[in-house]
Design a protein around this ligand. Structure first.
Ligand SMILES: Cc1cc2nc3c(=O)[nH]c(=O)nc-3n(C[C@H](O)[C@H](O)[C@H](O)COP(=O)(O)O)c2cc1C
Length: 322
């Protein structure tokens, strides 16, 4: 059940991706997703050099024999040369699923295709999704404004963006931004998507490598407890509304430069704070944080999502047949 072109291309049981997460998508977390029958990517940006990336891949392969991908960040700070070096390492390791995000992957398409890899590109604007369709990526991943992490500058919600995209493109599409359960999974499929990308929901799982204090903050948060910062530097990011994020917003309102902002927005701060449960960092998370109240092992979460998806599908079918 719930077989789509996305599950076929990725070789996974269920049409769910646990979104790639900087500082969190390390081998044990990714392996727990793979072993639960869903798709997930190791974040290559989490590894500062070739040897640590190779070690991460080895650890992952020791923990699962199920399919997984590797995310190659094209966000600012990852220049074209570094990206090519990373792709060469992944080619050498026989990686068969590559996810890119952050900028057009055009300069790297030849290399990704030569690897024979399934290529997913994640974007946040309709016109980028259409461009990726024309460029021939294998899966387009598209996130709406409510997503955790980078929503893009245009503020279009998932409910509007996804059906617009699926009516324009032929490439299979993974929808992201606001998905957290069986109800929203079925909604995504109804909109024409063939899989969902859930990031925020997976923060609150047993295997997610963050301090319990951080998980407790997410459980306590409401849907209104996120905000978008960094629009002034054209790199918007939806984060938990904490004191740290509010200070960044004030700096941006005062016209602070990128150089002034950098010490506050660096993801190095989050790396430490996720582990020690501290507050002095930017914590990416989506509006759906307010619907994420239960900390579950990933396997149980996936079983629960799929059971609800089946129940909801039958209910809708019942309405259609009435
Ligand atoms: C803590 C966190 C870190 C993230 N880091 C990245 C990242 O490094 N690269 C990336 O492409 N997306 C990143 N994202 C975005 C997710 O992969 C995913 O697209 C998004 O969370 C989906 O929306 P949702 O949060 O509403 O589920 C991150 C999201 C979160 C919550």
């Amino acid at each position: 059940m719930f077989k789509t072109r996305v599950t076929e291309l990725l070789g996974v049981e269920y049409p769910i991706q646990c979104g790639t997460m900087m500082n969190l998508s390390f081998a044990p977390f990714v392996a727990a997703c793979a072993n639960a029958g869903i798709f997930s990517c190791l974040a290559s940006a989490n590894f500062p050099d070739k040897q640590s990336l190779l070690d991460g891949l080895k650890q992952l392969r020791d923990l699962t024999d199920k399919p997984f991908g590797v995310n190659v960040s094209l966000f600012p700070g990852h220049d074209a040369r570094t990206v090519e070096v990373t792709l060469d390492i992944l080619a050498g390791e026989g990686i068969k699923i590559i996810e890119t995000a952050g900028r057009s992957p055009e300069p790297h398409l030849a290399k990704i295709r030569a690897m024979g890899a399934v290529h997913i590109h994640k974007c946040a604007r309709l016109r980028d999704a259409v461009k990726m369709d024309k460029l021939g990526v294998n899966i387009v991943s598209l996130v709406g404004a409510e997503c955790g992490g980078h929503p893009g500058m245009e503020d279009v919600s998932t409910l509007v963006l996804i059906p617009e995209a699926t009516s324009l493109i032929k490439t299979p599409l993974i929808a992201g931004g606001g998905f957290s359960d069986g109800k929203t999974l079925v909604a995504a499929l109804a909109l024409g998507a063939e899989g969902v990308n859930m990031g925020t929901r997976f923060l609150n799982t047993v295997e997610c490598p963050i301090h319990q204090k951080s998980k407790d903050k997410f459980v306590a948060a409401e849907t209104t407890d996120t905000m978008v910062i960094q629009k002034s530097i054209q790199s918007p990011i939806r984060v938990l509304k904490n004191q740290w994020a509010k200070e960044i917003e004030e700096m941006e309102n005062r016209g602070a430069s990128l150089e002034e902002l950098l010490p506050k927005i660096t993801s190095q701060k989050a790396r430490t704070a996720w582990i020690d449960g501290g507050d002095e960092a930017v914590f990416p998370c989506g509006q759906v944080v307010g619907r994420t109240k239960e900390t579950l092992p990933i396997k149980d979460l996936v079983v629960k999502i799929m059971a609800e998806a089946r129940e909801v599908s039958q209910r809708v079918q019942g309405i259609a047949n009435a």
